[in-house]
Design a protein around this ligand. Sequence first.
Ligand SMILES: Cc1ncc(COP(=O)(O)O)c(C=O)c1O
Length: 431
Amino acid sequence: MIDPAIWPLGTSADRRGHLRVGGVDLVGLADRLGTPLYVYDAATIREAHRRYLAAFAPMRPVRVSYAIKACALRGVASILARAGADASAASLGELLAAKRAGFLPARTQLHGNAKTDDELRAALRLGVGRIVIDGADEIDRLRVLVARRARPQPVWLRVSPGIAADTHPHLQTGTLDSKFGAPIAGGDALAQCRAIAATKNLSLVGIHAHLGTQLHEAERYRELGEALVALARDVTRATGVRLKEIGVGGGLAIPLRSDDPVLDLAAYARAISEPIRADETLGKAVLYLEPGRSLVGRAGVAVYRVIGTKRVTGVRTFVSVDGGMGDNIRPALYDATYTAALAGRAAAAPTEHVAIAGKYCESGDLLIRDVALPTPERGDVLAIPAAGAYSVAMASNYNHHPRPAVALIDDGRTKVIRKRETHADIWRLER
Ligand SMILES: Cc1ncc(COP(=O)(O)O)c(C=O)c1O
């Protein structure tokens, strides 16, 4: 009943049928800390990072750079900083969050298709490791900003390989019709590499592409590896620059439900690395991986309280909970399809199919369209697994609902790593 692939490591049902994450009873935790509540298991995050290192060990040199956008909470990100990961940031805010979590700015990459001059200036001042340039315009602006530096700033160019990955259209980022990256086809990427190479104080050390997120087809990654190799060769021919780093983005899917297709980490490692390692020049380049979801997704469980049930005869049964799209927008935004369990009756057999409705004033606010559960009752604690990525990170105050508290379980101990918001917090900046 508890599928180990989608719940945090070692999740179990105890003798009373209560769900335990990291050894801690989720029902007791919900009573004590209130709901909605996000619970992260530290051991699951560490294990996910270890698995990356193990899968890519034959492909070294490799750096795992945590895409902190998946969950930038210090309590979560610092686990990966301590484990030795780099960080990949999508904004100045994330760069600062990474620093606060313990990542060295020099081991951090800054992404973004619309970095402002202020963001670029601040990143340079912080000593950001790599700026991932996205667009010819950014080269022009950086040229001015770095003109008087004593040492060149290492940069990558984000390119778009024209590969449509097997995911929701909103989650694709490697296609030609994308706001991200310079298209390889047609020569934009090469032209921009030339422009960077010709710019004083910019040092083109790498190229980067990210296909999208929740991907599970090895072949797309292999195509990406091949496309980056071909471009790197062209760059060397055109500019004489031998690229030392290849950024392959993140995107590896995690299962949200038991029957979700996933790509085995070792198969992913082979698909993305083999074309690069087979190349004479790039054989020794550092391969930068940027996983977000696959490092923290499985570690996080969303915990809600059932508010009530509405049975619409002949249609479906809506079980309403005290959270929803304000703490997890992904079902509404990307059709993300989760499953759930009743934390107080984790061992009981399902008795009916229900929809889990959020409390936000939108018909699209359905956390789950269809899940088989023991008939939920008012007051039950409902837990949604695999909710650790892009949920809290995308949380909003829509309908003026305060954002949930977040707890971390580490070595049997529970720590609140983000307090529950209050209404006063929501109003704090209003004048
Ligand atoms: C540039 C970049 N790298 C890495 C990631 C992480 O992706 P994921 O969380 O699917 O591993 C993202 C997220 O979309 C991204 O935009």
